[in-house]
Design a protein around this ligand. Structure first.
Ligand SMILES: [Mg+2]
Length: 386
């Protein structure tokens, strides 16, 4: 089997509500690149790049990609080095991509996902088996509250918990007093059984501000604090002064980042993505290093559509240390939404069948490859070919 062709689409889904975080307050979610990879045997593989221009690491490292930069990288650099090769040669194809492009992990992740989708279909196994097998068959969801007014956030959290969500993740980082009050209100409304965590997306202005806010939140049984500031050295200073674990997200992209975090003892937890390291193959490397140095993780992302979310679920199934609830959406086409809001961020999706959701968890797809089918009608409705 050989890779013969590709198409790139810019897909824009309607969001259920505005979903903002401290480093992204201007642009809507849900404009992603979708990659269709074709083979000489007629198999089609899909990949997704939820690239957002404002998303990156500290001090402008891992600078923002967009669907159009991803398209440019695939068209002019990445596809030319994978065409004619077998999609089963995933490691060597990563090496070939890295030889022609430094960085641009979201573009490489889209290609990587499509390769795994093809490889799984060709071998008749779900992607998680290509990654070493499943430690779990479902991922408990963390329902993410974007930055919004506190009363609205509490009302949405109550509804998500009523629909089974066992973890609420509140976006914070812009207003310390608002953030402390929100955690207090959430604990009061949700009671003791629900995990509450916060993600400031690098938003606090100093170590001392982050420490003060986190200490105030601790009295409401906070599970952990995610990326309160940008800098990894600053994370380490915060970690020494608070009683809850620190999670690194924007500071944790590559295996080298994990070693740096470990050397500084900057975090006990990381948010593992398919996309930040450049795809599933590289994410497994990050997870291996993290496991070796005793870190645990969730599976994070950028509110992927059904294709990217399937990749997230396969990664979560196959990663032993992915023990924490994850912001994996409950991806569903409009016909199957049934009014649910827990884990639902879009009013429709480009996949034809809804992901199964049971008792606050999304089930990992079991069919070969990524295990999802793209609905051509939805593609025609929401996508433009690039
Ligand atoms: Mg995060």
């Amino acid at each position: 089997m050989k890779i013969t062709g590709y198409r790139c689409y810019l897909v824009t889904l309607p969001p259920r509500r505005v979903h903002n975080w401290a480093s992204k307050m201007e642009t809507p979610i849900g404009s992603h690149l979708l990659l269709r990879l074709e083979t000489d045997e007629g198999l089609i593989g899909w990949g997704e790049a939820p690239a957002i221009a404002t998303w990156g690491g500290a001090h402008m490292s891992y600078f923002g990609e967009t669907p159009r930069t991803v398209h440019h990288m695939i068209a002019d650099y990445l596809f030319p080095v994978i065409v004619g090769h077998s999609p089963l040669e995933i490691g060597p194809l990563h090496a070939a991509m890295d030889r022609v492009v430094k960085g641009h992990p979201y573009a490489k992740a889209a290609v990587d996902m499509a390769l795994y989708d093809l490889a799984g279909q060709a071998l008749g196994v779900p992607v998680y088996q290509l990654l070493g097998g499943a430690y779990r068959d479902r991922l408990p969801i963390a329902h993410s509250l974007g930055i919004m007014e506190n009363r609205q956030a509490v009302a949405e959290a109550e509804r998500a918990v009523a629909e089974g969500a066992g973890t609420i993740k509140a976006k914070t980082g812009l207003d310390p007093e608002r953030d402390i009050e929100l955690v207090r209100l959430l604990r009061e409304a949700l009671g003791p059984g629900v995990q509450i965590r916060v993600d400031a997306n690098e938003g606090y202005r100093s170590v001392s501000e982050a420490v003060r806010v986190t200490r105030a939140m601790q009295s409401y049984d906070l599970a952990f604090t995610e990326q309160p500031v940008a800098d990894v050295e600053a994370l380490a200073l915060i970690a020494r002064q608070v009683a809850v674990p620190v999670m690194a997200d924007e500071s944790a992209w590559t295996p080298q980042d994990i070693l740096h975090i470990h050397a500084l003892q900057a975090a006990e937890l990381i948010s593992l993505y398919v996309t930040k390291p450049g795809g599933l193959f590289r994410a497994r490397e990050v997870a291996t290093v993290a496991e070796a140095v005793g870190l645990r993780c969730d599976i994070g992302g950028s509110i992927e559509m059904g294709v990217g979310n399937a990749a997230n679920l396969h990664l979560g199934a196959a990663t032993r240390i992915a023990e924490l609830a994850s912001v994996c959406p409950v991806s569903r086409p409009a016909e199957a939404l049934e009014g649910q809001i827990a884990g639902v961020y879009y009013l429709d999706d480009i996949i034809s069948e809804p992901f199964a959701y049971e008792n606050g968890a999304v089930l990992v797809p079991q069919r070969p490859g990524l295990g999802v089918q793209v609905d051509e009608r939805k593609l025609a409705k929401y996508a433009v070919a690039l």
